[in-house]
Design a protein around this ligand. Structure first.
Ligand code: SGN
Ligand code: CA
Length: 510
């Protein structure tokens, strides 16, 4: 009997050792353009790039509803929003659903989650969790833990989340494989970075996107209704840290009471002496506004640069902390048996069309970075152009862990691509549906399909169609819907949309 037990234990242990550990790192609003493995436009991210160098880079990875809560619910369920129920940020996730972590846990994985959750209900399927309430705070963030306690932890959110994740790794049950989710708050607005990174980017001049000064009137109803313009909607005080005292006498730029109080509450959380130093750096912004009194394009030019500086500074800290996790794996000899995934919850407008935020089905916000490293399985430095989507994450990770993928999941396992056995998936079109209206940034609901070359979008509340040729117009500026040369293509895309919508069981009438 005793021998049998030992044998069973040995089998279990070697099985545990064979199944890889999983580290899933997801930051908030981290656009692929702000990862140097994808683009050198904005900043260098050597640690995140290490995953691309040692693993695979997905060039055509997309979300299905470009906003936080819905993407997180899709990650958990492998389903589009209409089936998992979280169609927008205001909806509570039904935690009784069968999810990726629950299935991993039931199959012998030790599961943990640290950081942003944003699904209103408490997490289920994690042996350990520590989440930020709502959007969370950058400085001295509050956490809710599994015991239901709310705790404030000193430090900067990205550092603290990483500290907590590493602490959990240290204390975990080493006889089981683990699956750890690290969900950063950064680089979400209101952007706030550690002093050293604010200093680093303080005078950087970023390249302006060619569409920064785009004219909305040349486009459809949705473009004209949105409130995500850097010029008109990005806040000088809360977003860009201009001290309200500099704006008191500038007509048109005076902040309202809410803005002033936001600014002070953000700044007052920063401990001294950093607060004073940071305020000193940001003083130059207020002085420029006082002196130049810019309006229109001149103001937009300044706001764009300040936005990019603060955003890049937040990302630099995410990169540093990804490095800390990778170093930890190296030090503990865990690198070889751990699959590491890095992604963002969606893309982010970094000045394209003059915008910030996300939501749209246009590639800027529909695309999400996806880098995966798994030594020995994924060949180092490879790339794929397969059309992949958030619905694929759960099936892939279950497959990687040797757990059967339930039928209700709508995505496909990407394991054959990771292993280099396949270059592409059979899928030719991705489905997309954005719902959240009327809410922040007033983007009209829309749905559509994206193929390798063409994209069809339908803004159904105003009955407006858009068709883009992504090969010839990657910035999606020329709506071809009225172009007679594209008539046949448009009809074809409408037929495919119906088919894809039916396949994914979206009940929205067309
Ligand atoms: C907040 C932001 C919005 C952002 C949403 C959703 N406003 O409301 O700019 O679109 O979150 O972001 S803020 O004034 O509070 O910063 S998401 O990434 O969580 O979906
Ligand atoms: Ca987000």
């Amino acid at each position: 009997m005793y021998r049998l037990l030992i044998l069973l234990f040995a089998i279990q242990t070697s099985w545990a050792q064979q199944r890889p550990n999983i580290i899933y790192i997801m930051s908030d609003d981290h656009d692929a353009d702000a990862i140097s493995a994808y683009s050198h436009k904005i900043l260098q991210t050597p640690h995140i790039d290490r995953l691309a160098k040692e693993g695979i880079k997905f060039n055509q990875n997309f979300v299905s509803n470009s906003i936080c809560g819905p993407v997180r619910a899709t990650l958990l369920t492998g389903q589009h929003s209409h089936l998992n129920g979280v169609t927008d940020n205001r909806i509570r996730f039904d935690s009784s659903k069968t999810t990726l972590p629950l299935l991993l846990q039931a199959n012998g994985y030790q599961t943990a989650l640290v950081g942003k959750w944003h699904l209103h209900s408490y997490p289920v399927g994690f042996d350990y969790w520590k989440i930020l309430p709502g959007q969370g705070l950058y400085v001295n963030p509050r956490f809710i833990n599994k015991e239901g306690d709310t705790l404030t932890q000193e430090g900067y959110a990205t550092d603290v989340i990483t500290d907590e994740a590493i602490k959990w790794l240290e204390s975990r049950d080493q006889s089981k494989p683990f699956s750890l989710h690290i969900h950063h708050k950064a680089p979400h607005r209101y952007f706030l970075a550690p002093l050293k990174y604010v200093k680093q980017f303080h005078t950087t001049l970023f390249e302006e996107p060619s569409t920064l000064y785009a004219n909305m009137e040349e486009h459809g109803t949705a473009w004209n209704l949105q409130t995500m313009s850097i010029l008109k909607d990005m806040k000088l005080c809360s977003d860009l840290k201009v001290d309200p005292k500099f704006l008191e006498n500038i007509p048109g730029l005076q902040p309202d009471a809410a803005e002033i109080s936001y600014y002070h509450s953000i700044m007052n959380r920063i401990p001294e002496p950093e607060r004073t130093e940071l305020k000193k750096l940001y003083e130059s912004r207020g002085r420029i506004l006082q002196k130049q009194r810019p309006t229109g394009d001149a103001l937009l030019r300044l706001k764009f640069q300040w936005y990019m500086r603060d955003y890049a500074a937040c990302v630099a800290s995410v990169d540093e902390n990804v490095g800390r996790v990778l170093d930890y794996l190296d030090r503990k000899n865990l690198t070889n048996n751990t699959i590491v995934v890095y992604t963002g919850d969606q893309g982010m407008y970094l000045g394209e069309n003059g915008w910030f935020d996300k939501r749209w089905m246009y590639d800027v916000s529909m695309q999400a970075p996806l880098l995966v490293r798994w030594p020995g399985i994924i060949k180092p430095g490879i790339e794929t152009n397969a059309l992949t989507q958030t619905i694929d994450y759960a099936p892939t990770l279950l497959n990687v862990a040797g757990v059967a993928v339930p039928k209700f999941m709508q995505g496909k396992s990407l394991l054959p691509i990771l292993e280099g056995k396949k270059k592409n998936l059979k899928r030719k079109f991705l489905y997309y549906h954005f719902y959240e209206y009327k809410a922040d940034h007033t983007v009209l609901p829309h749905l559509g399909i994206r193929g390798h070359q063409y994209k069809l979008i339908y803004f159904y509340t105003v009955k407006e169609w858009e068709l883009y040729d992504l090969k010839n117009d990657p910035a999606e500026q020329n709506n071809l819907v009225l172009d007679p040369t594209y008539r046949t293509q448009l009809d074809k895309m409408k037929r495919i949309l119906k088919r894809v919508k039916r396949k994914y069981q979206d009940p929205e009438p067309l």
